[in-house]
Design a protein around this ligand. Structure first.
Ligand code: HEC
Length: 152
């Protein structure tokens, strides 16, 4: 019993200590000339869908939820944001070359279709990112139109 109490005590101490590891949650400033939704003047509906479902991980406009402030959950959130931005960052869209843009649009269509994106774990806490079939179809249609007309 004494042992169990000790273990719990040290787990609590450990939990308290990891809260002090700093995590950088500052967003880089937005350059609207490079930002996907601004540069392309996307229709309002598409803009809202992208902002609600993709921008937290794929832009420099991340809004961190409350649970993102408690370690170790915060580490996982931050690593998803870093990784998401590395793959695709809508805030720096206009700095991409044509091939990369085409590739990202193609992959976006695939991942939305297969429901790999937005990440399933994220949807649980972000109801607005839980896209309906109709909303998925709208986004796919918008991206397909880009591919067809080659306007990236
Ligand atoms: C909770 C964070 C999160 C959200 C929300 C999210 N993504 Fe992702 N996305 C990631 C991460 C992390 C990766 C990289 C790892 C992987 O492929 O699973 C990724 C990868 C991708 C890739 C693959 C890029 C490549 O190089 O293969 C595409 C395309 C993509 N996301 C599009 C989207 C779109 C479109 C949305 C919105 C409908 C979205 N994502 C929403 C985190 C997210």
């Amino acid at each position: 019993m004494k042992m169990a109490k000790k273990i719990i005590f040290w787990i609590l101490v450990g939990f308290a200590l990891i809260q002090f590891f700093p995590i950088d949650r500052t967003n880089k400033p937005i350059n609207s000339a490079a930002n996907f939704v601004d540069a392309r003047k996307t229709p309002e509906k598409i803009r809202t869908l992208l902002k609600n479902a993709c921008y937290d991980c794929h832009s420099n406009e991340t809004v961190y939820p409350k649970y993102a402030f408690i370690a170790p959950v915060s580490w996982s959130v931050k690593s998803h944001v870093n990784e998401g931005r590395e793959h695709l960052n809508f805030s720096t869209w206009e700095t991409y070359n044509k091939d990369l843009k085409e590739n990202m649009i193609t992959k976006s269509i695939q991942t939305i279709q297969s429901k790999a994106m937005p990440m399933p774990g994220y949807i649980v806490y972000h109801k607005e990112a839980n896209l309906s079939e109709a909303e998925r179809a709208l986004l796919i249609q918008y991206f397909e139109e880009m591919l067809k007309t080659k306007t990236y």
